[in-house]
Design a protein around this ligand. Structure first.
Ligand code: HH2
Length: 322
């Protein structure tokens, strides 16, 4: 049933520009077993990082497709604010080769302000419900709020992607421990409101490694299993251009923690500084270059907006490094 749906869907995408009406979206359905399949896929991604899976240029690198259900995200704000448009975009990202779908309802661009939990849930749940009728793809929820994460886990999400590394909401560690879901711990200096106000480190990479060691220990104390956890240096979150470049060059140092490393460089403003491209949506080539380097330096998962282009680049990288 699922395969039939996916292949039907892929057919739609490849032959035509995807256009599904709400009744069409509502008629397809998936068995509950597909949610378990999503969890199984996440477990595979988060298994202990062995030297062979961390080899530079690893053919096992995964792509996490970004879907912002927000009116104001820096790269695609407003475009997928309606649930049907968002669900269609999600299916499109899957057809382009995403291994995970990352859905967020709160822009965390520098200077942005927080979105309330009920508003986040109101934006996310209809999209997740529509998407889960058609897809078993692992879904991560980009939120710092436990109530939002829990409501989404109940609707079949598999991973909590928390840019505060479970520090923002005291209920988050307990939730992650109870639900045994995947967790992405991201490094951020300060909060989105303040993080780009003159960030300073003695050694950015060493300090991120230290922060992650501390967060991994705190998670263990809260009863979260090591196998649930992924780590992300938080490109652009309280970092200057030089900090971001140092992180990408020295990702290997994070691999010492033996957790899958997630990297989100896609379309970010440091790429605009390097290329002179002010429009985020035109930073695809720059994003792919950063993504390929990140994989060569050990990233296990790339968080990207342009899935098709990154998928093509990873295929070439795989051929060249085998
Ligand atoms: N970057 C953004 C949001 N969430 N999560 C992780 N784990 N890593 C990242 O680098 C990361 C993230 C910011 O990008 P985007 O979602 O495209 O923009 P906005 O925050 O404006 O919605």
């Amino acid at each position: 049933m699922h395969n039939e749906v996916v292949s039907r869907f892929k057919f739609h995408v490849s032959r035509f520009r995807l256009r599904l009406s709400t009744p069409e979206l509502e008629t397809w359905n998936l068995e509950p077993e597909t949610i378990v399949r999503g969890d199984r896929a996440v477990a595979e991604m988060t298994e202990k990082q062995k030297p062979e899976t961390q080899r530079p240029g690893s053919s096992r690198a995964r792509l996490m497709g970004v879907l912002n259900v927000t009116p104001d995200s820096f790269s695609d704000g407003g475009r997928y604010f309606q649930p049907e448009a968002a669900a269609q975009r999600a299916l499109e990202l899957e057809a382009q080769g995403a291994d995970i779908l990352d859905i967020g309802a709160e822009s965390t661009r520098p200077g942005s302000s927080a979105v309330s939990a009920p508003e986040q849930s109101a934006r996310l749940l209809p999209v997740l419900k529509l998407f889960r009728r058609h897809s078993a793809l692992p879904v991560s929820i980009d939120t710092r709020v436990a109530a939002v994460a829990e409501a989404c886990l109940d609707e079949g999400a598999n991973i909590i992607n928390d840019i505060s590394a479970l520090r923002h909401d005291p209920l988050m560690p307990g939730l992650a421990a109870r639900r045994k879901c995947g967790v992405i711990l991201m490094h951020m200096l300060g909060t989105p409101e303040t993080m780009q106000q003159d960030p300073h480190y003695d050694d950015v990479v060493t300090e991120i490694v230290h922060f992650m060691r501390e967060r991994l220990a705190a998670c263990a104390e809260s009863g979260i299993m090591e196998a649930q956890l992924m780590i992300d240096p938080g490109i652009g979150f309280g970092k200057t251009l030089e900090h971001n470049l140092a992180i990408l060059r020295r990702l290997g140092e994070l691999m010492a923690l033996q957790r899958p490393v997630v990297v989100g460089a896609s379309r970010k403003s440091f790429l605009g500084l390097l290329t002179g491209e002010r429009i985020a949506e035109r930073r695809t080539a720059a994003s792919v270059a950063a993504g390929v380097l990140a994989v060569q330096n050990g990233a296990a998962i790339l968080r990207v907006h342009d899935v098709a282009e990154h998928r093509a680049a990873l295929k070439v990288l795989k051929a060249l490094s085998s």
